[in-house]
Design a binder for this molecule. Sequence first.
Ligand code: RIB
Length: 335
Amino acid sequence: MSTIRDVAKLAGVSTTTVSHVLNKTRFVSEGGKAKVEAAVIELNYVPNTIARSLKGGSSRVLGMLITDANNPFYADLIQWVDQVAYRYGYNLILCNTQGSIERAKDYMVMLNQRRVDGMLMMSSDARQLPVSSYGTMPMVMMDSGPEQAGYDRILDDSEQGGYMATKHLLASGHRSIGLLAGPLDKSNSQNRIAGYRRAMAEAYAEVDERWIQSGEFTYEGGAEAMSKLLDQPSSVTAIFASNDLMVMGAIRVAGKQGLTIPHDLSIIGYDDIPGAKYFNPPLTTMSQPLEQLAEQAIAMLLARIETPEREGQRTLLPPTLVIRDSVAVRKPVEK
Ligand code: RIB
């Protein structure tokens, strides 16, 4: 098996330069970098990162625990996280719990065994793990991941997002506004409901509790919640759906009942997933600042790795409203 010395010899540089190229720890000229990379490939050199981390060094690997890689929101966010991690010279190990607490537990053990330098915890399943299972691993909690005192946390300001989405519907002349909420046990879902209620209360708009129906953050969840909402005796003219996948399910159900968007029913989503502008009609939605989320989450994690004893911080990122064509302006009814 070839060693770092073999690589340095073949590339005609020092072992320190090889190390800087591999770990991205210092600038190396393009020429030097190319020679090292060519030597690494020719010799099939594999740096022994685990052995290095066992000696107390860094593995330059970060873990990320997520619940649902199927949601394009997460796919998009993961791309950003990976890109930022790469820029700092880190590899990312992605662990998808798929809603299983057992998998979440196993991944924690695996990531510890792999000696990752730290991890981003974005899985709501991880909330069921005892804090003792976190060990001493530097961690940043994201999105609907665990709320644990003393840990860094970064997330979208979902309460403000729910408020802004509902305000937009109210400003468009709607007063009877339904809510397709996400799962009631998830914090982001609870916060979006709270924002909806705040905006409705501020506008003295009545909230009929039957207008709030919840479902999973999926196409199916949106379809189910929409069916329940449309079964209610009193009807709404607009709907705030807690994420864009739910909107897709909801639009299908509305279509089956002969309702068109936005003519019969206005709808606003949440996330601004890449497909939102291709919906029919293009979707008005709340956008989460994914690039910023990824940048700040990694920066927080690296700061935590550097200074494990620093105080836990909490950062809320404001979402923005993206206006497209799924909300109609409703004229006041003449009396
Ligand atoms: O996981 C479900 C939802 O939570 C996503 O669609 C996104 O809105 C996130 O905050």
